[in-house]
Design a protein around this ligand. Sequence first.
Ligand SMILES: [Zn+2]
Length: 239
Amino acid sequence: MTELLYHTDSYVQEFEATMTAVLSEERSVILDQTAFYPGGGGQPCDFGSLTIDGVVYVVEKVKKQGDDILHFIGGTSPLPTIGSVAHGTLDWTRRYKLMRTHTALHVLCGTVFRDYGALVTGGDMEPGKGRLDFEFETMRGELVREIEVAINKEVEMEREIRVKILPREEAFQIPDLIRTKINLLPGGITHVRTVEIVGLDLQADGGTHVRNTNEVGRIHVADYKSKGAINKRIYIEVE
Ligand SMILES: [Zn+2]
């Protein structure tokens, strides 16, 4: 079982960990703890490196498998052994941009729900760019400009972002979480991680976020598209 450092502190860029398993065929390693985000909830995985006994292994892919996080290491150098100590370093430029993009999408989601009552049906992101699909019957260019103004106002309000890990029963009492389909969580999950943009948005979410909307910077609505009668897609970009 890997301890997820990014769950309680998204700003960990470097960490020390002990190798608990090595899967030689696929060249992946499992650590007792990690700051590498394995991907999920629309946020892609982190890249970076693991330095073990002076050898630098490039982390090319990260994946969650049960309670473990697999770090896929490139190259052909001999694999490290179980028990060795690794120094992990994230590609912070990529990760921080993903944090700003992910928070920007929550600002969009919270604002559109508050102002128009529209729910999110899907989404995706890459560093600096993202999209959300909304249940929105009509969307015109004018409305999109209105949304762009509103989301940037939220950024400028310097709203704090709080992450909590709550017992399942407690999370189920929060009305705001019900709309983000918390009830679809598998029965075995005992705790729910919540990400709150104070005063704007509250979601059950496993991703990494910035501490304050002022770190997001200006959000640009790059495009919008109709994806069927009631689904509308909004594309955003952060600098
Ligand atoms: Zn999210």
